[in-house]
Design a protein around this ligand. Structure first.
Ligand code: ZN
Length: 511
């Protein structure tokens, strides 16, 4: 007998529907799998057969053939166990073929018949909705995640027995599991964690953080060890605008494919903060594997990618950031095709100004000028060119620590950021950008009107600081954000001079 059931394979961020066919016919008892399964998928035959036997179901001593359609896509992952089991059961006459019509299945099976969660469920269920499936059957551990998709019934199964029972009577599942409330759509999960309130002093650096977040500008913190660079960077997500539900879903899909979701509260409600170690390989940054999965640049999408000790990263790991910083996506080419992942992150980086950390304080710095320039030279000019703001962070003195009033809470700062974001959203309605940080050269001309006095200052600075064209654009973008923070339509001279102050560093350090 022949049977067929729908499943899906994850290719990068895309989902490809896969039909799993099974045939049980007379002949020497055997179990074969064809249709380009990977070694891991092939193991399903042993898992499925053993799990069936351990649950008291013995397959007839016949020839069992399983085929995956289309055959030109390599099938990866353990998610094919349940569809294979269901197709075989149906071909063996245990389940009526009509029960499998319009059902999408995915899940891994253990030898005793338990069903384990698999990555990428959210994307599969969305695909099932597109394909107008009747319902989806997923591992119980993925149920909350699958429920995030509206208008698509899902059934969660814990073991093989439930799989058979619920396939026969899907109604039973809904009777036994009255709908739990779906995960909250918005919640401030970071509330209990870090806050700008904890940072005393550092007013200049905090102001730079607020500007950076308001316009989604890349930011570099430079200063001696222990000055609080990491502390500042860690708090950046706490002042970023709240995610919309669509953005949350988009992030959840990425983390689902990466297999990083929690079973109970799968919806990602806070902006990501990724801080890969400086030993991270270029592959870990970009996304690795034969069929690549999300790398750090993708996991930081819509949030912060923080590089601590930036010069310690390998050249390749740093240079790989250039393309996604420009395009907001990363493209990975493999023999099996080109994969595109979202990578709209805000880069925050921290570094010491020299190997010992105390340059330009010549009383304490023990480095030779050669060592300093070699160290700074590890950051290439094109990369430096993509960083909009640089702020010096100096250690807080005892008086500042002791007498300083508490810092401003993150919530208050975020309210201001949301207001500035709103201005940008309205202004860029017709462009496909959301933030000043994303302005292109042509858009800068259009949206960054400067007063006459401001223009004079710009001209002076351009000559005196010998700015590059790119640096000039960056100054205008940052000035645009500062003007927006003050709800000014035109960019005034004060906005320009502030923006210039965040630029002065490359003259100070990178001579
Ligand atoms: Zn030094």
């Amino acid at each position: 007998m022949f049977a067929s059931v729908l499943s899906a394979s994850i290719l990068g961020m895309e989902v490809c529907p896969i039909q799993v066919e099974a045939d049980v016919s007379d002949g020497l008892p055997s179990f074969t799998m064809v249709g380009y399964p990977s070694a891991q998928v092939k193991e399903a035959q042993d898992r499925v057969r053993t799990a069936l036997r351990n649950n008291g179901i013995s397959l007839p001593p016949k020839r069992v053939t399983v085929n995956f359609v289309p055959a030109d896509i390599k099938k990866e992952g353990a998610g094919f166990d349940i569809p294979v089991a269901a197709a075989v059961l149906s071909a063996a006459g245990i389940l009526h073929p009509s029960l499998l019509e319009g059902v999408m299945l995915a899940g891994e099976i253990s030898l005793n018949g338990e069903i384990y969660p698999v990555p990428g469920i959210l994307a599969r269920v969305i695909k099932a909705r597109e394909l107008k499936c009747r319902y989806c059957m997923v591992p119980y551990g993925n149920l909350q995640e699958a429920r995030l998709v509206k208008d698509m019934p899902v059934i969660g199964v814990k073991d093989l027995k439930e799989l058979i029972r619920y396939l026969k009577n899907p109604e039973d599942f809904h009777k036994e599991n009255p709908d739990r409330p779906s995960p909250k759509e918005t919640e401030n999960a970071w509330k209990t964690r870090v806050d700008f309130l904890d940072i005393h002093g550092q007013e200049g650096a905090k102001r730079a953080c607020e500007i950076a977040v308001s316009g989604f500008h890349n930011i570099l913190f430079i200063g001696p060890p222990g000055a609080g660079k990491t502390m500042l960077a860690k708090r950046l997500p706490t002042i970023m605008p709240q995610l919309t539900f669509e953005e949350s879903l988009e992030l959840t899909r990425i983390y689902s494919i990466a297999g990083l979701l929690s079973a109970d509260s799968p919806l990602i409600c806070q902006r990501p903060y990724r801080s890969p170690h400086h030993t991270s390989s270029a592959q870990a940054m970009a996304g690795g594997g034969r069929i690549p999965g999300p790398g750090e640049v993708t996991l930081a999408h819509r949030g912060v990618l923080f590089l601590d000790e930036m010069p310690e990263f390998s050249r390749r790991s740093l240079e790989i950031l250039r393309q996604p910083m420009e395009d907001k996506v990363i493209q990975l080419s493999r023999a099996s095709g080109t994969f595109t992942f979202p990578a709209g992150f805000m880069l925050a980086a921290a570094m010491n100004p020299c190997p010992c950390g105390f340059f330009p304080d010549m009383n304490r710095c023990r480095c030779t000028p050669g060592e300093v320039s070699h160290y700074l030279g590890k950051i290439s000019n094109p990369l430096l060119d993509r960083i909009d703001l640089c702020t010096e962070v100096s250690p807080v003195s005892f008086q500042q620590m002791n007498g300083a009033p508490e810092g401003e809470p993150s919530d208050t700062i975020r309210e201001r950021v949301e207001r500035t974001r709103q201005i940008q959203l309205e202004r860029y309605q017709k462009e496909n950008i959301c933030f000043n940080g994303e302005l292109s050269g042509r858009q800068i001309q259009k949206y960054c009107g400067v007063t006459e006095e401001g223009n004079r200052l710009l001209e002076q600075a351009f000559r005196k600081m010998e700015l590059s064209g790119r640096a000039y654009h960056r100054i205008l973008k940052v000035a645009r954000t500062i003007a927006d923070m003050e709800q000014e339509d035109k960019i005034h001279v004060s906005h320009i001079s502030q923006a210039l102050s965040y630029r002065a560093f490359d003259k100070k350090y990178w001579v």
